[in-house]
Design a protein around this ligand. Structure first.
Ligand SMILES: [Zn+2]
Ligand SMILES: [Zn+2]
Length: 259
């Protein structure tokens, strides 16, 4: 089975291609299970996401293509939710979807993965930023709101890497992810970013194996060409760590499928 659970739509204002084009392309690329997980609305950083009044349209449009293409592909409905203290919203957390991806794009409101704010790295201690990121990740896991951890080591995006062993920095968060029964996506977007590396790095993959945490697959597509991006490489990477199955979610119910 070819699975790809993290894909965006133009509703977030920084993706192109309409929903139907995405689906047709996913079919062309022989994807079996394809999930939309556009950026959920939030009263912060509104420019890069749909607003609350668009949730209905988003969900309706995805369910429409789900039905229309049911003989060719399985479409799933989700959201990518920013875990940002004080901005979580019940309308998103209780949405009637297949899954929620929890992601950290902000450290204390600093959009650390946005090239616009890259200058801030010069003012910071990189080891401390990494620790802060993984503390936030631990809190996110503890909240138990999410099924999937989005790009688990996004903090490496610009290749500002810590001196300290990444395994030591990440371990407590990984333990919490295990406790909350989440799965971790292998996200190929990192290969398109300055870091040129899959999320998660090999060090974090080792921890996932150690704690027996399931994985799933994502291309994090923001345009048609991103769909299925480097997926053979990513599946090979997963297999090299001993993984044979990946997770999908239907109405928050986890099912493991072979890949
Ligand atoms: Zn995005
Ligand atoms: Zn993201």
């Amino acid at each position: 089975m070819i699975v790809d659970l993290h894909n965006h739509t133009p509703l977030c204002n920084h993706a192109t291609g309409d929903i139907e084009e995405f689906v047709k392309n996913a079919i062309k690329k022989k994807i079996d299970i394809f999930g939309f997980s556009d950026h959920a609305p939030m009263n912060f950083d509104e420019k890069y996401r749909m607003n609350f009044s668009q949730m209905g349209k988003y969900e309706k449009d995805v369910l429409h293509v789900k039905k229309k293409y049911i003989d060719k592909i399985e479409i799933l409905l989700g959201y990518e939710v920013d875990y940002l203290d004080g901005y979580l919203d019940e309308r998103v957390l209780n949405a009637n979807v297949d899954y929620l991806i929890g992601s950290i794009h902000f450290l204390n409101r600093w959009g650390f993965d946005n090239p616009e704010f890259i200058g801030e790295y010069q003012n910071r201690d990189i080891d401390k930023i990494w620790e802060e990121y993984f503390r936030a990740l631990k809190e996110m896991a503890k909240s138990q709101f999410f099924e999937i951890v989005g790009h688990i080591d996004l903090i490496k995006v610009f290749r500002f890497l810590p001196k300290k062993d990444i395994r030591l920095i990440a371990k407590n968060s990984i333990k919490e992810i295990k406790k909350s029964n989440m799965v971790v996506e292998l996200n190929s977007a990192g290969l398109r970013k300055p870091v040129k590396e899959i999320y998660p790095s090999p060090q974090i993959m080792e921890l996932l194996v150690e704690f027996d945490i399931p994985i799933t697959f994502s291309s994090d597509a923001h345009k048609i060409d991103d769909i299925g991006y480097k997926r053979d490489e990513v599946m090979k990477y997963a297999k090299s760590f001993g993984y044979k199955k990946c997770a999908v979610f239907r109405k928050k119910e986890r099912v493991m499928v072979n890949f």
